[in-house]
Ligand binder design. Structure first.
Ligand code: UDP
Ligand code: MG
Length: 320
């Protein structure tokens, strides 16, 4: 199998058939062997019915996974990737905002360049409103400052990668998934390809501003524990401040015989205690952060290739 297309679908009754036809049309002279893996993410419209219609055509390259309820696009992608057996795997939306013709180009790049493992499409220019673009760009600036891995602004989930990359992604079994982070966390050689996002073929976007905001928070929480460090820094600054405060008053007393009033003493003590409390909280937070990362059960490393003098080790190649 040359290529697996993973298609998350949530309330896409208007676009599924158009998508299916568009893929067939685009691939006909280019990609012979491919499978389509539709994941119905608990749609409340006729999406599942449409998917059954396509499946019943018995073209032998369709898989349909149907969720019991809406679990979100991240879960849908993960479920689809688990079914993907192609040499290459593509994640693509069902709404034709991402054209199947681009997938053909991605496959060509992977064919021509063995050193590349993943071709990721990115939007050079955001077609959204200015406000949303501003928030998205600010989010990327913030998360790139805090997280260890790089997040490329404008890059989407629309990408084609080799099977070993798919295996690596599947080894990330964390529940709170943030695929942009997962893609950069697993590493590999990524080729960024500019593309133009099309208008939706039908239906509406499933992302409201609030949903996007929560998603962005998920991303920050999943890939950095930097916010927990704020408590340590703040506690440190406060405690240090209170020590300075007392030293200043001590000097004032020694030099000018100026005695500290009760109020001034209380302020100093509060400052000191608050600082110490925050510091201790921050230290607990640091342990919590370690636990949190461990709890994700991420692989310790991902080996792209293991060369060995003995052929018997061949099968172990893609494992970590
Ligand atoms: N999607 C999904 N589950 C959800 C939300 C969206 O599977 O809970 C799918 C949706 O059907 C589409 C893709 O994810 O194929 C992208 O969603 P959408 O087009 O709404 O996002 P946008 O393009 O507006 O960012
Ligand atoms: Mg869309």
């Amino acid at each position: 199998m040359k290529l697996s297309l993973v298609v998350p679908c949530y309330n896409e009754e208007d676009t599924i058939e158009k998508f299916y036809e568009a893929v067939k049309g685009a691939f006909i002279n280019h990609i012979k062997e491919y499978e389509l893996i539709f994941v119905n993410d608990g749609s409340r419209d006729q999406t599942l019915h449409k998917l059954h219609q396509i499946y019943n055509k018995k073209e032998k390259n369709i898989k349909v996974v149907s969720f019991s309820r809406n679990f979100g696009k991240e879960a849908a992608m993960f479920a689809g990737l688990k079914q993907a057996i192609g040499e290459y795997v593509t994640i693509i939306d069902a709404d034709l905002q991402q054209r199947p013709e681009v997938v053909v180009k991605m496959v060509e790049i992977l064919d021509e360049k063995p050193e590349i493992d993943c071709v990721a499409a990115y939007q050079e220019e955001r077609k959204e409103g200015k406000v949303l673009s501003f928030f998205k760009n600010s989010f990327y600036k913030l998360i790139n400052k805090m997280a260890e891995v790089d997040f490329v602004s404008g890059a989407s989930d629309f990408r084609t990668f080799r099977q070993p990359v798919n295996q690596a992604i599947q080894n990330m079994t964390e529940y709170n998934r943030f695929s942009k982070g997962i893609f950069s966390w697993v590493g590999f050689e990524v080729f960024y390809m500019p593309y133009e996002v099309q208008e939706r073929e039908g239906g509406t976007s499933k992302w409201s501003f609030v949903k996007l905001f929560h998603y962005a928070l998920d991303g920050i929480m999943a890939f950095t524990t930097a916010p927990l460090k704020i408590a340590v820094s703040l506690g440190g600054i406060l405690s240090f401040g209170s020590v300075v405060y007392f030293i200043v008053y001590l000097l004032d007393y020694l030099l000018n015989r100026h005695e500290m009033s009760q109020m001034e003493l209380i302020i100093g003590i509060i400052l000191l205690l608050c600082g110490l409390q925050l510091l201790v909280l921050g230290i607990i937070g640091e342990y919590l952060a370690k636990l949190y990362i461990e709890g994700k059960n991420r692989p310790i490393y991902i080996a792209k290739e293991i060369l060995s003098y003995s052929d018997e080790n061949e099968e172990k190649k893609d494992d970590q």
